[in-house]
Design a protein around this ligand. Structure first.
Ligand code: AMP
Ligand code: MG
Length: 308
């Protein structure tokens, strides 16, 4: 404690004071550029030129990346608890993590290894597959709206409304004028969500064509991975260029100021997990969460309890 004081007095303190422990302002030295910057899809982003084995902004290797995830786990967990507490106390805020990516990009691994660091009670996880008959009776955003996180929750979408401009476009599930109109609709929809108090964190997990092949092959070679394999995955893979074009359009047209896309190279699983954990942590830090005050008289309650 005294060293902190001393450092402060001399104006050289890098340690955040104790009360702000969950909001450090300094970046871990292994990040040469903050992940929120290095991973944010810039205007004019070129998907074809993106190195899917790279680690943008991060100077460390696998061990350093894994260590950083572990080091930030407690903070992530505490901030999630604060968010949950706020939601229980009349707050209206939430976080929505949108995970998009081709098969094998690692969406499930992110859920297990990153989202799994926080209390599952506070997580609203939803994966979106081929629409059910009931879902098909409604507008494509119907099932999405119903799955939005309640106040206090971290919502996690494994695939999302973006499938309706990805697979829907590639497989011509709807006419071009229909999917064409969806980009603006999605932007307006996300504006609404953000205005209602949700921080939207959009992550495109970008796996390379070669790495996808290797991961699919592994699923075919290991009986413990058969369950992850779907023959349709190869059909989608055969349409790789069309999917890349559709992803490029998503990044060009739906990366907005209020809900920007982050492009995360996914060939190194450790990096993708680090990247998403840092983006999630940043979102929670931005909420500047406190603890809700007691809505009862603490002293009165202490006396009542002591008398029992
Ligand atoms: P998985 O995430 O591996 O379980 O696969 C889910 C499948 O559902 C993927 O092939 C998606 O392309 C597909 N899917 C998700 N959303 C939609 C949608 N709105 N329309 C058609 N197919 C979809
Ligand atoms: Mg799959």
């Amino acid at each position: 404690m005294s060293t902190t004081k001393k450092a402060k007095k001399h104006g050289a303190g890098h340690d955040a004071p104790q009360h702000a422990r969950t909001r450090p302002t300094t970046l871990d030295p292994d990040w040469e550029v903050a992940p929120t910057e290095s991973l944010r899809a810039p205007v004019g982003f070129d998907l074809a030129a993106f190195d899917r084995g790279s680690t943008p902004g991060f100077a460390g290797g696998k061990a350093a990346g894994q260590a950083l995830v572990a080091r930030h786990a407690d903070e992530l967990s505490e901030l999630q608890e604060r968010l949950f507490a706020e939601g229980r106390s009349g707050g209206s805020r939430s976080v929505l993590l949108v995970l998009q990516g081709m098969d094998t990009a690692g969406k499930g691994g992110i859920v297990r290894h990153v989202v799994g660091l926080v209390d599952p009670q506070g997580v609203a996880h939803r994966s979106f597959g081929v629409p059910t008959p009931e879902e098909r009776e409604h507008d494509y955003l119907w099932r999405i709206r119903r799955a939005l996180p309640e106040p206090g929750y971290i919502g996690v979408f494994d695939r999302s409304h973006y499938e309706d401009v990805l697979v829907a476009r590639v497989d011509a599930l709807v006419p071009p004028d229909v999917w064409e109109a969806r980009y603006d609709e999605i932007n307006r929809f996300e504006e609404e969500i953000v205005a209602s108090g949700t921080i939207v964190v959009k992550v495109a997990l970008l796996v390379s064509y070669e790495e996808q092949r290797a991961r699919l092959m592994e699923r075919l070679e290991r009986p413990d991975k058969f369950w992850k394999y779907n023959p349709n995955d190869v059909d989608s893979r055969q349409k790789w260029p069309a999917y890349q074009e559709a992803y490029q359009a998503v990044l060009d047209r739906t990366s907005t100021e209020i809900a920007p896309w982050h492009v995360v190279p996914a060939d190194r699983k450790w990096f993708a997990r680090l990247a998403v954990s840092e983006l999630l942590l940043d979102a929670l830090r931005r909420l500047d969460l406190g603890w809700p005050p007691a809505d009862f008289d603490v002293e009165v309650e202490k006396k009542r309890l002591a008398a029992t």
